[in-house]
Design a protein around this ligand. Structure first.
Ligand SMILES: Cc1cc2nc3c(=O)[nH]c(=O)nc-3n(C[C@H](O)[C@H](O)[C@H](O)COP(=O)(O)OP(=O)(O)OC[C@H]3O[C@@H](n4cnc5c(N)ncnc54)[C@H](O)[C@@H]3O)c2cc1C
Length: 453
């Protein structure tokens, strides 16, 4: 590859803070609120124009679709999101669980309010492009945006970028599967013009979908207890559309779930386009995936119009504002959470929270219908080698199956709360993340209504 040499330049320092959180998905938003509530001066920065990550930017509304009557669930700021969204009228009943979806547009406002109330300093439209290092110690980040290139310095930094961008640039060890193995990416879309009663009748009387249907296109290991349960999933119509030439492309990638409907006939969170072979840390790959994803979504709507009662007059309302990534870099932490830990109700002395035994992806579908849960170790948030850095969300240290459960939004909130609270305590006590008093961290989390055992 050709290279050029850029001139050395002086970069203005835009802000200095105790704790800087980079990225504002379920992990980052939670980390920032937790840090500020613990008493640290906190800044959150985000590359797009709204907070919320995949929830608001990709359009994923199913925040707790895993929850059933006997689920032993976590507690903490993630649960507050559900309550707050409900109070403000931004929820609807979720069709397959004991939970409500969170409206993806409404949550932009919920996130704004909760950050302001916690006293976090917000910074939108700012993309982290580099880091400021002194040896192995991370001192800040370089952001670019409409104001140009600026530095933001902090005593402690929480990487919640999903892709571990900060950890990667700081030189922390990480793993990333080959792109032929990574979980698929999705262009989410919403439709208008649906005859909802007609569609619901079709689902109840003809389609009768269950989780067992997921195994038609993908090899999925379940506990079998899931197989007969209702799942809002559709696959055969797309196979038929392909066979009959209604859609020209490879229909194998088109199949998936619907979520909720509005009173004006909109179908939301149509998660039906699943494309493989893309590395979302490569802009050329993301570009292709966005374009291919939109094409597949248009084909999916053609098929729905042809074959699905109630969708005859369906029209595209909108795509998610960006492609959805499920998997990319995972840091190599002080501890790596494993499949065995998750499937054997793993326990640990440095627990910062719990999450139910819920796995969705990478060949597994296990729903937490039996009260089983695992503890999340602090060590999986702390990267090797780089000081002053902690990580939360889907890029924590985990093997493939553990990542598949820990990537869920509620679990990202749990790791976000652990990381944000740890960052605040470490900044205020002036200690490193490896020296942090775990008992004090756990007490602080408990005082903030987190369930750690
Ligand atoms: C299509 C799809 C469907 C899904 N369905 C579900 C579901 O139904 N239920 C569920 O619980 N989970 C679901 N997931 C998983 C879940 O949404 C994600 O794993 C979760 O949102 C990850 O949270 P996070 O905070 O780690 O990262 P994200 O939500 O990805 O947030 C990362 C944030 O960091 C910002 N950012 C990234 N890089 C930079 C940078 N360099 N500088 C500044 N900002 C940056 C991003 O803009 C974003 O706001 C789904 C995921 C996808 C993609």
């Amino acid at each position: 590859m050709n290279t050029i040499v850029e001139p050395v330049r002086e970069t203005p320092v835009m802000m200095e803070t105790d704790v800087l959180v980079v990225g504002s998905g379920p992990s980052g938003l939670t980390a920032a609120i937790a840090s500020a509530r613990t008493g640290a001066k906190t800044v959150i920065l985000e590359r797009y124009g709204c907070f919320g990550g995949v929830l608001t930017q990709v359009g994923v509304e199913s925040f707790a679709w895993y929850r059933h009557e006997d689920t032993e669930d976590c507690e903490g700021i993630g649960r507050e999101y559900e309550r707050r969204a409900k109070e403000l009228g931004f929820t609807r009943p979720e069709p397959q669980s004991v939970s409500e979806v969170i409206d993806t547009e409404g949550f932009k406002y919920v996130a704004d309010r909760m950050l302001v109330e916690a006293g976090v300093t917000p910074l939108l439209h700012s993309m982290v492009v580099d880091v400021v290092m002194e040896g192995d110690a991370l001192k800040g980040v370089i952001v670019e945006g409409k104001s140009g290139r600026k530095a933001v310095l902090a005593k402690k930094i929480v990487d919640c970028t999903g892709d571990a961008d900060v950890a990667y640039k700081a030189g922390a060890p990480y793993t990333k599967r080959d792109k032929s193995e990574l979980m698929g990416v999705t262009v989410m879309f919403n439709c208008a013009g649906i005859d909802v009663p007609k569609f619901k009748k079709f689902v109840e009387e003809d389609l009768k979908p269950t989780y067992a249907d997921w195994g038609k296109n993908w090899d999925v290991i379940t506990d079998e207890k899931e197989d007969d349960m209702f799942s809002p999933y559709m696959e055969d119509v797309f196979t038929k559309a392909h066979e009959e030439g209604v859609i020209p492309g490879n229909a194998g990638a088109i199949a998936g779930t619907w979520s909720t409907f509005t009173e004006t006939g909109e179908a939301l969170q149509l998660n039906m386009v699943y494309a493989f072979g893309f590395d979302c840390t490569d802009v050329l790959d993301i570009t292709r995936a966005e374009i291919e994803g939109r094409q597949q979504a248009i084909w999916a709507i053609d098929a729905l119009r042809h074959y699905v009662p109630g969708f005859e007059n369906a029209r595209l309302r909108n795509f998610g504002m960006t492609l959805g990534t499920r998997e990319s870099r995972l840091i190599q932490g002080q501890t790596r959470v494993t499949k065995e830990h998750v499937l054997n109700q793993g326990r640990c002395d440095d627990s910062i929270g719990i999450f139910p035994e819920f796995i969705d992806g990478s060949g597994y579908l296990i729903l937490p219908t039996t009260g089983r849960y695992y503890q999340i170790p602090y060590g999986c948030l702390v990267p090797q080698k780089v000081e002053n850095l902690i990580v939360a969300g889907r890029c924590i240290s985990a093997d493939v199956i553990a990542h598949t459960t820990m990537r869920n939004m509620m679990c990202c909130s749990v790791t976000g709360q652990g990381a944000g609270t740890a960052a605040a305590l470490a900044a205020m006590d002036d200690v490193s993340f490896t020296e942090l008093d775990i008992a004090k961290l756990q007490k602080t989390l408990r005082d903030q209504d987190v369930r750690i055992d």
